[in-house]
Every structure is written in C-alpha cells, then in structure tokens.
Ligand binder design. Sequence first.
Ligand code: SF4
Length: 352
Amino acid sequence: MGKFLVSLRHLENWFVLQQRILPWRESPSTYRVWVSEIMLQQTQVITVIPFFERWVERFPTVQDLAHAELEEVLRYWAGLGYYSRARNLHRGAQKIVELGRLPQTRAEWLEVPGVGQYTAGAILSIAGHQPEAILDGNVERVLSRVRRVSRQKGDVEYKSRLWRLSRVFVETAHRHGIDPSHLNQSLMELGATICTPKKPKCSVCPLVHLCRGYEKKDADSFPPKKKPKVWVHLEEKVYAWVNDQGEVLLSVQPRGKWRAGLWDLPTEGPFPPLKKAALLGKIETQYVVTRHKVKRLTEVWGVQQQVKKKTWAVAESGFDTQSVRWISPGKIEVPVGAPTKKILIKIKELIS
Ligand code: SF4
C-alpha cells in the first residue's frame, strides 16, 4: 500500500501543477461538468472549447436550458455532431427541473437521458467530490497499462476488471485525504497528455514506479486491440430547390428520425413547380456517422416561384409551413448538421 499511496499523491500533485486550463474546470458546478462531459463524448477537447463557452453563455443554468426551445438548443449544438446528445441534454434539463433538484447519486444520474456509468461517475466525483469510479478511453489506457490488464474472458469481464481497479484508485485516495475530483481528473489528464496511445512519456509520468507495463517494457500492448471497425456504406439522394432569390428549401427532420429536429434538404421530388425548373448541377459529398460512410448526391434545381413562398411550400411540396423554410445559404438561421452546411456552401458557390 505504501508505494501505491505515494504514487497516488504524486499523481494528484502532478495534476494540480500541470493540468491544462479548460473552461469547464473554472467553477466546475454540476451543470457545467455535465454539459462538458456530454460534449466531450466522441469529440476532441479543442473542438469542444468554443462550443462549451457559447453554450454556457446562452444557457448558464439548468433552468435556462430546460426552458429553451429545442430548435435553439440544436442551433447552439450545430457543428458538434451526434445531435442526440443535445436532445438528451435538453430532455435531461427538463427532467431535473421537474424533479426540483439535481440528481445526487449514481442511480439518480443514470435516470437522466444520455447519462451512462462513465458520465455519472465523472459528474459525481468532479463536481460532487464523491469517491465514484470512472472509465473512459483515457482512463482505460492508463489503468490497463499500470496493471497490465488484458482481455481475457470476453469484453464484459475485461471492462469489469478495469471498473474495479478504478474504484480501488478513487476509494483508496479518498480514504487518505485525496480529493476524488483531483484523482479522477488526474487519471483522465494523464491518459490525454502523458500516457498517450503511441509513445507514452513514461519518463515524466507520476505513476512510473507503479506501472507494470513500464516495468515489463510492454506498455504499448495495452489496452488490448479492439476489432477493426466494419464500415457500412450508404448512398442517399437529396434535392436542393433554389428560388430566384438564391434561397434553398429546407425541411425539418421529424421526431424519431435520424437527425430529428435538424433542418436538411428534402429527399422527395420532383414537386409540380419543377415543370418550370432547370437542373443547375449535381453535387457529390461524403460524410461519416458512427460506423456509416454515406455518399450523398444532391441535385440542385432552380425553381421560379409563381406564388408566395409559404403558399408554394404548403400547396406544392406536400409539407406544412412548420416543416419547410426557405434559407439563404449565406445566412443559416436554423440548426443544420455539418453535411448539410457543407452542401449549402457548395450551392452558394454554384449559383453565384
Ligand atoms: S509509466 Fe508509461 S505506460 Fe505507465 S502509466 Fe505512465 S505513461 Fe502510461
């Protein structure tokens, strides 16, 4: 225990002195930590920083978020991808406001949409200073190397060994007066900056005297390799109807659909006004979502509006006025995903 405890103290000291300055580390309230942890899922720190700053300026409290319109919430998220995270934050805030207080335990946090075991542990330990375990990719790398944990009886057993190890770290630290907030953040920080996937900087690592991977000179073999991702290739076709003012018709994706709440180019067509339409060009783009590689073909059609914009949308498109809107590609005022934004820029180039 002596060497273990000394290493934990080294780790905490290292974190206090060397931690990166990040906006969510300033006044780390439960709300700020929750938002940052959700944003950091599948997104890099450097990308998240400006989104986080804009977000907490517009929605500084859980009440502000709960009372906002989903469309505005999605607009503040636009560009971060994986929009279910924004919808879950919004629903989670409404649930918390209904409850009348913030969740206090792991079980209560797990009831909040989008919060899993890792996020619950991170919020409770970082903001609440509770000795709760965490396990994300960075912590997995550090712990698997320190204890040379390899995958043995399938994935479930491997992960539960690491969760037990994470609990041992944070609970031991807590019993000896080390703040669980520091301990867990130091493991995350170590994985992000020192114990990196390639060429870990063991010579400056505060856990070097504890690390069996370093001792056996095989730290690089941990964590055990995952099976390579199997990509699913998809193709989709969408239509860009461009009116005589250079505006493009977008429709909102209904609830229950992929990208629900975001505005996108319609997949339907042709509509009756296309009798008077001219094909301006075709644009091919690609994007990646989780394990899908999607090839998107956009047909760009110029349409002459014979009737008022809204009437056109209702009468001819088959949508209702709530679900379609003419948008200027240079001034996008609705939440759109990155693939749509990319196409709108290309359309602007095509028609200018
Ligand atoms: S000694 Fe090296 S391998 Fe071990 S935890 Fe530190 S950086 Fe990672």
